[in-house]
Structures are given as structure tokens and as C-alpha cells.
Design a protein around this ligand. Structure first.
Ligand SMILES: *Cc1c(COP(=O)(O)O)cnc(C)c1O
Length: 766
């Protein structure tokens, strides 16, 4: 579409006269691919301002911008075009509405709490053999995602499938105007994202607004399981579109579960594997490559893309592979492995690339190649259509694994961050606690995910070595060290880490070391003891001496002053919390008065953010909540970590026999006993044994029998249909660490942080 056309469609005031043919709309500057034909929408949200990225995008070749304010530097940027509007997001939505109106085709609009993406993808799989389908990439279903999805309509589109999600009242009207669905699909209602709705009924009514102009709306037949309900919806829609029943059933039988995840795994020989088993089209390929690109990583690792033939109906293969080639170039891929007859036949499309390109007729041919055998020190993005069975490549690249793994959902970490952000003012900064290896989840990957989030001001760890590890893995955010050891000062200096200072002893030693190293102006964080009586200066007696000491040196500068609530997780301590806060203010005010610069203030931890949002001050410290557990009621917010294993062996054991050491597991009935590879050396508490706790096998409770051993333990699966090799969940969504904690009289923090390092962590994004 011509830029001048867009300008009139969205009613913008245009500065600059060049006309440009626009193919791509961009709202996130990091995802830039094709600068010459991109139109950037500078959107202001509570969390950020797209206008800040205009100059950077200009230097990367973008020439067309939708803005609310025309930036200053334009005097020298003659060839730039700015479309000035009152609200860039509204303009983006209006443009998508106009685009949609050009298409007189059936459009399916999907909303509901769960299963939107699955239903969308399954419908796509069922319909795409017969028609050209345009659909939302991944889960692009927000106020920004929906217009970007609808923009994907083009002259060959015969049907559109778009999903819509809302998080508060008043949002669906805009999405309805953009999607203008002719057919509605409602996947059902759940408890997710309830915080902004008064009631389930209100949420239902808001969601239903998507269908206000639909002639037909499908809902799942009552009484079906979630999986069956999704299939049922697909069946109903296909029947409505006139697909014969036998074809429907045949295609339904071939559907496979949709993996909405980008999995990140450590592979052998220094490789990191990003596995995207998701449907391969250009959009999702772009997203996956973007993901690969955003991981700051060791500089010596090369970027490798392994890509199969991709069939996209309606698009000529040459055009498609040329686009892939452009993406490969833009994303700095150093090596492309193309697998399949079609991509091999179009090798010429990749001729001009700097990347090294190799082509193989089949997955097996590649697996047997020299190139595969010598793959080393690479970040490998694996993306293939299902019939190429790329899982063979992933399996071959994976390290030999201990069969117990901790699966970490990095997307849920962000969801939890957003949950806590909803209690905060937009300019309150968040200190994300990633100590104790991010409460067991893995500090490096969690920090990589967090550091690109706005409002995250700091990462915090306990000791200097944890901070150094983050720095060596490309983390650039400010890092706070909560418990600096006297012997670690050089590490602090070398890696630019900011220590907490809680006593004169450590203050004096730090000043001396910093002066010796010739350091000035190093930020430190002053801790006040307001009632925990653990670490900290006494705000009522020690401030004058502390101020005096700080004012007579230049090595250190107080950057923040903070304290810690003893009991923000329970109403019982509200009065004491108020007392702590008053004591804190005495100390913080005294310190502030002695210095001309603003000294940041923080006190709330996870429970405090929820319970005392009025005490958020400049910053808050978010710990347990980030990992999905609400410390005030132990409920799971968005589950982050799942500890899983598999059954090694099953024994039929007669009543009267015993299981395990010291004959503690006495059987009173004939039993089936499964052995699983986790024990106290993995951090699995011995007190779980002898029936005190249970694991989940195929969703059912299997109590621990007898004593937990060092590397193995036994569970009772007498009543559970299962076999060797089946998966066992030790904790996760359906079995919260809080439940386990209660059985052994501890807190979920201890359960999470006890999972030992020999348990492999696997990361994915959902
Ligand atoms: C660990 C820690 C936190 C985070 O506490 P959560 O209860 O996990 O939110 C906050 N402040 C300090 C000083 C901490 O050590």
C-alpha cells in the first residue's frame, strides 16, 4: 500500500513528500526486517514510548513513521516521512479496519479463555489444503497484535482466521471493528486474566462483543474435555463451510497437538538449541529468528538456521524463499542448512547471501553428513514442517540427559511480572530477585528474559559470584548484591556490581578497597534494620555516624536506601509492618537530607507489592511472585517451574513385603511400585517419604512409599494405569510447591531453591 494512501486512510497530517510502498508494519523496533518498506508506529503505552526508537530506526534505514509528535532530529533527515496523528495505536487499528474492509471473504474470529491458538491452528491445518488462509501468527491477539495480523490479508486470501484476547472491559469493541468476523468461535471461559473484571459474567459479556455482527457463532458442545471441545469446534466450523463429513473426520484424525513454545535447550559441543516445532510460515519464522537474535550470548557462537521445505499455499516458492533469504541476511544468520527437495531446488534464491548455505534432500542425509558431525559452538534454530521429523535432529543434538528435568516457562515469568506491575505506578521500578539461581529456575535465562522488560530497574542476587555469572552471560542491567562478602570486592569492581551495605564493618572495608582500586562514585545500597534484626543499620541511632562516614569519602555513593518487611504476607503483622515503615522513613529521610541527589527508596517484597501498594515508593523487590507463587495465599499465579521425571521400572510387590531401606515401606495390599530417578541428592526432601507426600502420574496422586533414597525413590501406582517410561510430575501446575512445603513444615521458597544443579533445566516460551 502506498504511504500516501495510508496517510489519507488514517487521517494523518503528512510531513515529507516521498511516497513509499509499504509492505510491513512495525511496532517493536527490535523486530525490524525490511526497513525500506516498513512503516513504524510509535506507540505510547504505560510501559514505554515508541518515539524513543525513531532515531535508531532511521539509522537502520526506516523512512516512514506514524507519530504523535514529530521528533527534533528531522531537520537533517529530509527523506523521512512522518504521518502525524493524535494516537498512533488508534491509527494502527484504523488502518487495519480499512484493510479488512477490502476483503469480502469469510473471516473467523476466535475468542475465549483457553484454546484460541490451538483452534486457530487446527482450523488452519484443516482448511489450508483447499484454500489460502490468512491467520494470526502465533498468539498475536492483543490491541496491537490483532491489527498486525489483519494487515496480513492479501489478494490471494480466501479466508481469515484471527484470535482476539482482552484483559479488561472496553477492549473488544476495537478488536471487533478490526477483525469484523463473519463466523464466531467461542472457546469457553476460565479464570485467567480475571483481575480487571468484576465477575465472570462481565468477562463473558465483554468477550461476546467480538461476535456482535456474526451470523453464526460456535460454542463447544457441553460436557466435553478441553481437548475434545477444541476438536468439536473445528468440526462444527468445517461443516458450516461445507466440508464433507468424511473429509472432516479424516483431517481431524491427523491433527497433532500444537506446540506454542520455543524451546531453548543446552545441546552437546557448546551448542544451544532453539526448537520451534510450530507451524512453519514466514511470520512464525520471523518471530523465531527474532527470538534467536535477542538472546545476548557468547560472542564465539555462530548462528545456524536449520530449515525444511515450507509449503505456503498461494505463495510462489521463489518469492517465499527469497523472503527467507532476506530474513536470514537481516538476522545475521551465519549458516543456513536447507533440508528438502523444494528448498534445495531453490538454492539460487540464497546465492547472494554472506551466510554459508548447505542443502540436503532429507533429514537423514543431513544427520549423516560431515557438517552435522562437526557442528560446534552454535546457536541452532530448528524449524521444520512436521513430515521432516526434525525431532531426530533435536534428539541427536541434545546432551545425554539425566531423566529428571526442571521445565521453566519463561513466558510465565513475564506474565507474573505483568501481574505485579498491575499494582504499581508506571514509573515505579522493579528489582527482580534472581538470587539462589532465580529461586531454582536458573538465573541466566530468567535474567535474559527480564532485562528487556520495561520497568525492570535492577536484578538482585545474594553474592558477587552470582552477579559475575550474569555479567559473563551478557546481562547488562544494573545488578544489586544483597550479601557481599569481604573477599569479593574485586569481583564487584570488575563486573560493575552494586553491593548492599548494612554495617560499619563492611562499609569501612569497602571504602578502603575501593579507594585502593582508585574507584569513585560506586553506587551502594544502604540497608536499614527496622525489625527483622538480621542485617542493617539502626535508623534510630546510627544515622548520624553513617552520614558522617559517607560524606567523608568519594569512593561510594548511596544510590538507594531500603528495608525489609518481616511479615507482609500475613495480615497478623500489619501493625508491626506499619511500625517498620515509620522506622524506615526516619532513617531514609535523615540520609536524604544529607545528600543533594535523590536516593531511591524501596521496601516492598512480592507480598508487600500486593498488600501495601501505597508503600511502593521508588522501587519494589519482586521475588517469589515472579516464579508464580503468591506468597499471601500460596496460590499459583502463572506456573513457571515444573519438576518432571519418568518411571524407570515397575514392580508388582505382594502384601506383607516392604519397599526401600530399613523396611519402612510396609505394604498392606498387593501393590504396583514404580521407581523414579530423583532422591535427596537432587534436593528431594527425605521427609516426603513414607506416604507424607505424593507425585502425579497421568494426573493422579501416587504417594511416596518407604524412605527416599539418594538418587531414586519409589511411588505407589497400584491404582494408576501407567507403564515404564511414563512421565511423573513432582511439582508443577497441578501440584504446587506450596502443597509439598506444607507436608514437611517448610515454605515454597525452600522447595524451589532445593532442586539441585544436577537436575537439568529446560526453558521454553509460551
Ligand atoms: C529475597 C528478598 C526479597 C524478595 O522476597 P519475596 O518474598 O521472594 O518477594 C526482597 N528483599 C530482600 C532483601 C530479599 O532478600
Amino acid at each position: 500500500m502506498q504511504l500516501s494512501t495510508i496517510a489519507s486512510l488514517i487521517g494523518a497530517r503528512q510531513t515529507g513528500h516521498t511516497d513509499i510502498d509499504i509492505n510491513w508494519l512495525l511496532t517493536d523496533s527490535r523486530s525490524l526486517c525490511f526497513p525500506e518498506s516498513t512503516l513504524f508506529f510509535a506507540i505510547r503505552t504505560q510501559r514505554g514510548d515508541g518515539h524513543r526508537y525513531i532515531q535508531d530506526l532511521y539509522s537502520r534505514g526506516v523512512r516512514a513513521f506514524v507519530v504523535q509528535d514529530v521528533p527534533q532530529f528531522t531537520a537533517t533527515a529530509g527523506e523521512c516521512v512522518f504521518l502525524q496523528v493524535e494516537n498512533s495505536l488508534v491509527a494502527l487499528q484504523r488502518l487495519a479496519e480499512r484493510k479488512r474492509e477490502e476483503y469480502d471473504i469469510p473471516v473467523i474470529g476466535i475468542t475465549g479463555s483457553n484454546g484460541k491458538t490451538t483452534v486457530k491452528e487446527w482450523l488452519y491445518q484443516m482448511l489450508s489444503p483447499d484454500m489460502t488462509v490468512t491467520r494470526s501468527p502465533r498468539s498475536y491477539n492483543s490491541q496491537i497484535g490483532v491489527p498486525l495480523s489483519v494487515w496480513g490479508l492479501w489478494e490471494k486470501s480466501q479466508i481469515g482466521i484471527f484470535e482476539a484476547a482482552i484483559s479488561q472491559p472496553g477492549e473488544m469493541e476495537a478488536l471487533e471493528r478490526i477483525i469484523q468476523p463473519t463466523i464466531g468461535v467461542f472457546t469457553g471461559l476460565g479464570a485467567a486474566h480475571q483481575e480487571n473484571f468484576r465477575s465472570m459474567e462481565q468477562k463473558r459479556q465483554e468477550k461476546m462483543k467480538l461476535f456482535s455482527h456474526c451470523k453464526t457463532v460456535f460454542v463447544p458442545t457441553p460436557g466435553l474435555s478441553a481437548l475434545e471441545a477444541d476438536r468439536d469446534l473445528c468440526r462444527q466450523v468445517c461443516r458450516h463451510l461445507g466440508m464433507p463429513d468424511d473429509v472432516i473426520e479424516q483431517r481431524l484424525s491427523q491433527l497433532e497437538p500444537i506446540a506454542m513454545r520455543l524451546e531453548v535447550k543446552q545441546g552437546r559441543h557448546g551448542c544451544m538449541i532453539i526448537n520451534d516445532s510450530y507451524n512453519s510460515d514466514l511470520n512464525s519464522l520471523g518471530i523465531a529468528m527474532d527470538f534467536m537474535n535477542r538472546r545476548p550470548d557468547r560472542a564465539d557462537r555462530q548462528r545456524v538456521l536449520i530449515l525444511s521445505d515450507i509449503l505456503q499455499s498461494g505463495v510462489p516458492p521463489t518469492m517465499f524463499y527469497e523472503h527467507v533469504a532476506q530474513l536470514v541476511q537481516m538476522r545475521g544468520v551465519e549458516c543456513l542448512i536447507g533440508i528438502g527437495p523444494s528448498i534445495s531446488a531453490h538454492a539460487a534464491c540464497f546465492d547472494q547471501l554472506q551466510a554459508q548455505c548447505q542443502f540436503y534432500p532429507s533429514t537423514d542425509a543431513y544427520l549423516h553428513s560431515q557438517s552435522f558431525a562437526t557442528l560446534r559452538d552454535s546457536v541452532v534454530l530448528i524449524k521444520g514442517a512436521r513430515n521432516f521429523h526434525f525431532e531426530k535432529i533435536t534428539q541427536a543434538l541434545e546432551q545425554k540427559v539425566h531423566e529428571t528435568i526442571l521445565e521453566v516457562n519463561l513466558g510465565a515469568v513475564v506474565d507474573n511480572l505483568n501481574y505485579y506491575r498491575s499494582f504499581l505506578n508506571p514509573d515505579t521500578k522493579i528489582i527482580c530477585m534472581v538470587k539462589a539461581d532465580a529461586y531454582g529456575a536458573g538465573a541466566v535465562e530468567v535474567s535474559k528474559t527480564l532485562q528487556s522488560q520495561t520497568q525492570v530497574g535492577y536484578l538482585a542476587v545474594a553474592v558477587a559470584d552470582e552477579g559475575a555469572l550474569l555479567r559473563s552471560n551478557g546481562i547488562t542491567k544494573p545488578i544489586m548484591i544483597m550479601n557481599p562478602e569481604m573477599t569479593s570486592f574485586d569481583t564487584l569492581f570488575e563486573y560493575n556490581l552494586e553491593p548492599e551495605v548494612y554495617s560499619f564493618r563492611i562499609l569501612d572495608a569497602l571504602v578502603r578497597a575501593a579507594e585502593h582500586a582508585g574507584i569513585t562514585g560506586m553506587p551502594i545500597h544502604i540497608k536499614l534494620d527496622t525489625g527483622m534484626h538480621r542485617l542493617g543499620f539502626d535508623p534510630e541511632t546510627q544515622m548520624p555516624q553513617l552520614i558522617d562516614r559517607l560524606q567523608h569519602q568519594t569512593a561510594l555513593v548511596p544510590r538507594s536506601v531500603f528495608s525489609h518487611f518481616v511479615g507482609s504476607d500475613s495480615d497478623t503483622f500489619d501493625q508491626f509492618s506499619a511500625l517498620q515503615y515509620r522506622r524506615y522513613l526516619i532513617g531514609a529521610d535523615a540520609l536524604q537530607e544529607a545528600f543533594p541527589h535523590h536516593i531511591l527508596r524501596h521496601m516492598d517484597n512480592s507480598a508487600g507489592i500486593e498488600h501495601f501498594p501505597d508503600r511502593q515508593m521508588d522501587m519494589v523487590r519482586l521475588g517469589l511472585g515472579l516464579y508464580g507463587i503468591d506468597p499471601r495465599n500460596n496460590a499459583i499465579i502463572n506456573n513457571v517451574s515444573t519438576l518432571k521425571t519418568t518411571i524407570l521400572q515397575i514392580h508388582d510387590v505382594k502384601a506383607g513385603e516392604t519397599v526401600g531401606y530399613s523396611r519402612r515401606g510396609k505394604l498392606t495390599r498387593d501393590s504396583r511400585i514404580a521407581a523414579i530417578p530423583i532422591g535427596y541428592a537432587d534436593g528431594w526432601d527425605r521427609l516426603f517419604g513414607n506416604g507424607n507426600a505424593y507425585a502425579l502420574v497421568n494426573g493422579q496422586k501416587a504417594p511416596y512409599v518407604g524412605n527416599i533414597c539418594m538418587d531414586v525413590c519409589m511411588i505407589d501406582v497400584t491404582d494408576i494405569p501407567c507403564q515404564e517410561g511414563d512421565q511423573v510430575v513432582l511439582f508443577g501446575d497441578q501440584l504446587s510447591p506450596s502443597i509439598l512445603a506444607r507436608t514437611v513444615n517448610t515454605i515454597p521458597y525452600e522447595i524451589l531453591t532445593s532442586v539441585s544443579h544436577r537436575v537439568k533445566r529446560i526453558y521454553y516460551h509460551e
